[in-house]
Design a protein around this ligand. Structure first.
Ligand SMILES: NC(=O)c1ccc[n+]([C@@H]2O[C@H](COP(=O)([O-])OP(=O)(O)OC[C@H]3O[C@@H](n4cnc5c(N)ncnc54)[C@H](O)[C@@H]3O)[C@@H](O)[C@H]2O)c1
Length: 241
């Protein structure tokens, strides 16, 4: 039996990478899926809604439209995000503000706007895509990104308490994943994964987006019914390596 039969799920960032793999997997598992993405035109169906998750008016319109198109909302996956690879002294205030606005405020806005719809559902779920860099020592750098993901992890815990028992809220913390976000940073010119990256992972490789989608599926499906407030590392063993 499909694990998300008749479930109505909204995925932000569903036009690319982890969000896109999640939409494809969820559809195979029987869900009706709507997408919010600033590049929604790339998908081009009525269930793909162009919006900026960092803009409150845009989110309000898009979440309402998604709930209307799907006939309600049972679940939300927050996968929209941006990465900036700059340390403290190189980060401009604009770069800081944009990163926090998309990754942290965007997650806040989408959950806040979806909650009235999720409260009408049975067994509702939220899954936030944080990052291993929000959990672990990073070695420095990517200041705004790390701060945004640490914020998502802390917010996940407090939202799980605030929204229980009606809505379960969890996060997934991926290690390095091969998506457009990491194009040009994971592999060298010859196409080999950069050794310094491989060495961080017990499994010796970055993830495919489908491997992250599988964890998001677990936290969205009823099989995780007693799990809320966690931030699940899906990181090829980096945490314990
Ligand atoms: N790729 C990795 O190694 C990795 C590791 C850990 C965490 N993550 C997180 O996973 C999530 C997905 O990343 P990905 O690797 O699939 O990246 P990606 O760049 O392939 O996809 C991100 C998607 O988010 C959308 N998006 C960006 N800003 C937006 C905005 N303001 N409003 C609406 N949509 C917006 C983009 O259009 C894109 O479709 C992100 O939150 C990222 O931080 C990625």
């Amino acid at each position: 039996m499909p694990r998300l039969e008749n479930r109505k799920i909204l995925v932000t960032g569903g036009a690319s990478g982890i969000g896109r793999a999640t939409c494809e997997l969820f559809a195979r598992e029987g869900a009706a899926v709507a997408v919010i993405d600033r590049d929604a035109a790339r998908i081009g169906t009525a269930r793909a809604i162009a919006a900026d998750v960092s803009d409150p008016a845009s989110v309000a319109r898009a979440v309402r439209q998604a709930a209307q198109v799907l006939g309600g909302l049972d679940g939300l996956v927050n996968a929209a995000g941006v990465f900036i690879n700059r340390g403290l002294m190189e980060t401009t205030t604009d770069e800081w503000n944009t990163t926090i606005a998309v990754n942290l405020t965007g997650t806040f806005l989408c959950v806040q706007t979806a909650v009235p719809f999720l409260r009408q559902a049975d067994r509702a779920t939220v899954v936030n895509i944080a990052s291993g860099v929000g959990l672990l020592p990073t070695g420095g750098g990517s200041t705004a990104y790390v701060a945004s993901k640490g914020g998502v992890i802390a917010m996940t815990r407090t939202l799980a308490a605030e929204l229980a028992p009606a809505i379960r809220v969890n996060a997934v913390c991926p290690g390095a994943v091969e998506t457009p976000m990491t194009d040009g940073t994971l592999r060298d010119a010859a196409g080999a994964v950069i050794p310094a990256i491989v060495q961080r992972y017990a499994l010796g490789r970055p993830a495919a987006p489908e491997e992250i989608a599988a964890a998001i599926l677990f936290l969205t499906a009823h099989e995780s019914s007693f799990v809320t407030g966690i931030s699940l590392p899906v990181d090829g063993g980096r945490t314990y390596h």
